[in-house]
Design a protein around this ligand. Structure first.
Ligand code: ADE
Length: 421
């Protein structure tokens, strides 16, 4: 349906969405504080802000903070399958925030919605995967002059944007929210760990204990997934291309081997690398009958599904979110969530308590970009350390956890190079 310049599935879902947004807010104490502060200080007053994010209950609370700060805000989806349609309806109906996102939208609609967000003529962008920035630079260069800057939520987006900056193609400053400590150490690790296992379990209801569970990639997301799979009693294998990460995985107690060997042993394979065709034709050839394949990386390119489509004699859908490919050998392979982010498609994304910190970074970095008024270079910048520290302090305070401070003597010791044994 279309209402107030929005394109969402069904406005009658709004009350259900509202209940979920309020439920999530209970777990977001930092965002509650920012909402009150932004309402007082209005750091985004009248700034046109387009956000391309997963449309979830947690994102709705970010939108509320941004709106409280005075932003003239519009949201579109950063993935065609992750939109929570009830949340989209609540944003439109209860908060009068325009949303262009429908769960299950095809690629053409997905890009129409991105362009609707660009038609808002943003001064700030907030991306999860860099689609807004990338489309603006490729097709809407007329908009570049308005831009104060943008923020980026995820590892994959930061990689894309750093590639643009390297080529001198980036025409406004970006803050890599992903790289804040209060983001990737918690969201990527504990968030992806819990929500990916949640997605796999909701989609399959298959026991993990005793199964061989391969994780491709031992970055912050991969290690979160591996940790949680181990906690379920699975035998976890890691595949890596980076020797340091491979060593870390070994010393964290996991087996490490090439994908071709792991593929032949695995009951589950989950990708979290950010790269393409990590699970490919040669791996499908050796997999065990019934092997379950899922992805937690941003784009649906990590499992080579087009190759699997070609190999398969038939495709069935035994459960929602499961596609079973029957091969000529008689084996079948089961792909979850069409190879898209299993944690957001088959479950509800990361729990609110970690998104609390990720989105506090987003809100504070948006305000920072406004204050800077285009002073920053057209590069990908780190989140200012004061913002990271402040979020950690607020989160600890909300958890009622107190920590020690340095004594004057300790401070002096740390700043001196003359004292030894
Ligand atoms: N990315 C991962 N989990 C998310 C969530 N719950 N909301 C928005 N973006 C997310």
């Amino acid at each position: 349906m279309t209402a107030m310049k929005s394109d969402i599935k069904d406005i009658t879902l709004a009350d259900q969405g509202l209940a979920r947004i309020e439920w999530a807010l209970d777990e977001m104490p930092v965002m509650r504080q920012l909402m009150a502060r932004f309402a007082r200080e209005r750091p985004l007053a009248k700034i046109r802000l387009s956000c391309c994010l997963h449309i979830t209950a947690e994102t709705a609370n970010l939108a509320r903070v941004l709106a409280a700060g005075g932003a003239d805000l519009l949201l579109c989806a950063s993935n065609p399958l992750s939109t929570q349609d009830d949340v989209a309806a609540a944003l439109v109906s209860h908060y009068q925030i325009p949303v262009f996102a429908i769960n299950g939208e095809d690629n053409q609609t997905y890009y129409q919605h991105i362009h609707a967000a660009l038609d808002h003529r943003p001064q700030l962008t907030m991306d999860d995967g860099a689609d807004l920035v990338s489309e603006m630079h490729k097709k809407r260069q007329d908009l570049l002059a308005n831009m104060l800057g943008g923020t980026e939520e995820t590892t994959t987006g930061v990689i894309r944007l750093r590639a643009m900056a390297r080529d001198n193609a980036l025409k406004f400053p970006i803050i890599a929210v992903n790289d804040a400590m209060t983001k990737h150490l918690f969201d990527n690790c504990y968030g992806t760990g819990q929500s990916s296992l949640d997605g796999i379990i909701r989609a399959t209801n298959i026991l993990l204990a005793g199964k061989v569970f391969t994780v491709a990639g031992y970055g912050w997301c991969g290690r979160g997934i591996a940790m949680r799979a181990k906690g379920h009693g699975a035998h976890v294998i890691i595949t890596e291309v980076d020797p340091l990460r491979a060593l870390e995985a070994i010393m964290d107690g996991f087996r490490v081997m090439p994908m071709l060997e792991a593929a032949a042993l695995s009951d589950f394979i989950i990708t979290a690398t950010g790269d393409k065709n990590v699970v490919d034709h040669s791996h499908f050839e050796v997999m065990k009958d019934g092997c379950i394949l899922a992805n937690s990386g941003h784009f649906n390119v990590e499992i080579n599904i087009p190759a699997l489509e070609k190999m398969a004699l038939r495709k069935d859908r035994p459960r929602q979110y499961v596609e079973k490919y029957v091969l000529a050998s008689g084996r079948s392979l089961r792909v979850l969530a069409e190879g898209r982010l299993v944690n957001l498609v088959a479950a509800e994304g990361h729990p609110a308590a970690v998104m609390d910190m990720s989105f506090a970074n987003q809100a504070l970095c948006a305000a920072f970009l406004c204050r800077k008024k285009r002073e920053l270079e057209n590069q990908v910048h780190f989140v200012p350390e004061e913002i990271d520290q402040e979020i950690a302090r607020l989160k600890l305070a909300a958890m009622q956890i107190h920590i020690d401070g340095l004594t004057a003597e300790q401070q002096e010791y740390l700043s001196s190079w003359q004292q030894g044994t």
